[in-house]
Design a protein around this ligand. Structure first.
Ligand code: ASP
Length: 467
């Protein structure tokens, strides 16, 4: 067996024999000569089958789109005039000497050569494994992996540690609705899937990690809207002994680095990123995520901005107070006295900073309260009883009483960021296996019913079956 050559590398093998494996992309039968475009993860190459070897030729005539084959052949330079400028291997073709059929394929339910944007999304989702074969999706997933690698390299240079936090956590009143997981061992008790690793990352700071990040899967059981996913990915980070400016500066540097290295064709409209207060943004643009692009027709223009100085609290329908962004945030230092005294609540400004790109909020974070007294004040302003505070957040208050360092962080919505960088219309195009807008997995058929034995084991009973 010859070692396999990646298709992109045949450009270095002119005149040599290579072994290639992949999928039949397109077949062109000219009677005495058959051309096959062979595709692997690195590219497409033209294979040539000549009629001289009858058995080989017969096999080539059987091949159909998406069949899986392995070949051995000679890399030849194409004659002038036959060069295909659309593909990277277009100066070469491979004269096939041996061909093994590894698997046949049914005719796919849609074309794979196109960008797929005109194919119905339901059928694309149901056959996502075929949809992923198209070049556009393939490039999106490759680009995502490339960006994640660059983030890891950058943050590890900055002394960050990648830490995984639990997916089975505790349900706490923090914003969105939790996804719950019933406990078999403790009937009637539930884990919650994390809406974000917020509490764990702060506890890592108490644990002395000082600089943490992870690509964290977050789960929010929110009512479905076109571009929401029940699970999505954050680049989540937290740093100790920092102030607002430190976190913002590091993130700005990382975003600029990513664009300049991974997307050199793109232009950042303004560096340093402009900053707007929430009040200015609302007065000037009537939104807290303004699209500052000077030319909205330009797909390669990136207008980042920071939005800061949000009110910490807003009133609830019932006349109480709730947080606007994150209950763990600290106020800006000049408002700490008011928070501790629970005074002038509506005027307290939080240390929250949101990062906005082309009209999308792509991330947000804050400096946190790191003393038990300040954190407790937030919950008291929100009207939580002592019992509620202890049950839901007692572990945080306890942790902060053992020498919690000042800390702050941020989380980016990776799916949104990749969507914008890849010029895609929605986040499903940059997620390998997304759910539909109404939270279904049409390929695996989730969510789905479970057996009565499973329910029994969990001490659960279904009262109404939703159709
Ligand atoms: N945990 C926050 C969120 O998910 C982000 C942060 O403040 O770091 O929005």
């Amino acid at each position: 067996m010859m070692t396999r050559t990646w298709i992109k590398d045949i450009v270095h093998n002119a005149g040599e024999m290579v072994s290639l494996s992949g999928w039949v992309f397109v077949r062109r039968d000219h009677g005495k000569i058959i051309f096959i475009d062979l595709r692997d993860k690195t590219g497409v190459a033209q294979l040539v089958f000549l009629g001289k070897d009858k058995e080989l030729f017969l096999r080539a005539s059987m091949l159909r789109s998406e069949w899986v084959i392995s070949i051995v052949g000679e890399v030849n330079t194409r004659p002038d005039g036959m060069v295909n400028h659309d593909i990277e291997t277009g100066n070469y073709e491979v004269l096939v000497k041996e061909c093994v059929i590894l698997n046949e394929a049914q005719t796919p339910p849609f074309e794979i050569e196109t960008d797929g944007l005109s194919v119905g999304e339901e059928v694309r989702m149901a056959y996502r494994y075929l949809d992923l074969r198209r070049a556009r999706l393939h490039q999106n997933i490759e680009a995502r992996s490339d960006v994640m690698k660059r983030v890891r390299d950058f943050l590890s240079e900055e002394l960050f540690t990648e830490v995984e936090t639990p997916v089975l956590g505790k349900s706490t009143p923090e914003g969105a609705r939790d996804y719950l997981v019933p406990s078999r061992i403790y009937p009637g008790n539930f884990y919650a899937l994390p809406q974000s690793p917020q509490q764990y990352k702060q506890l890592l700071m108490v644990g002395g990690m000082e600089r943490y990040y992870q690509f964290a899967r977050c789960f929010r059981d929110e009512d479905t809207r076109g571009d929401r996913q029940p699970e999505f990915t954050q680049l989540d980070m937290e740093m100790s002994f920092v102030e607002q400016e430190d976190v913002m500066a590091l993130n700005e540097k990382l975003l600029i680095h990513l664009v300049q290295t991974a997307y050199p064709d793109k232009k950042i409209q303004e560096i340093p990123f402009p900053r707007l207060s929430y009040k200015d943004a609302m007065e000037r643009y009537r939104t807290d995520r303004p699209d500052l692009r000077r030319d909205k027709q330009d797909p390669n223009l990136l207008a980042f901005c920071w939005v800061v100085d949000f009110p910490f609290f807003e009133t609830t329908d019932t006349g109480g107070w709730t947080f606007t962004h994150n209950p763990f945030s600290a106020p800006k230092p000049e408002y700490m006295d008011n928070l501790l005294a629970k005074r002038n609540i509506g005027t307290i400004i939080t240390s929250q900073y949101d990062i906005v790109l082309n009209g999308w909020e792509i991330g947000g974070g804050s400096i946190r309260n790191h003393t038990p007294a300040a954190l407790r004040s937030v919950f008291e302003i929100m009207g939580f009883s002592e019992k509620q505070i202890q049950e839901n957040f007692g572990h945080m208050l306890a942790a902060f009483s053992y020498g919690a360092p000042p800390h702050g962080g941020i989380a980016w919505g990776m799916d949104r960021l990749m969507m914008i960088l890849q010029n895609e219309p929605n986040i499903r195009e940059v997620i390998a296996f997304p759910k539909t807008g109404d939270a279904k997995d049409l390929m695996m058929h989730a969510p789905s019913g479970v057996t009565s034995e499973q329910l029994k084991e969990l001490s659960l009973e279904i009262k109404t079956q939703k159709k």
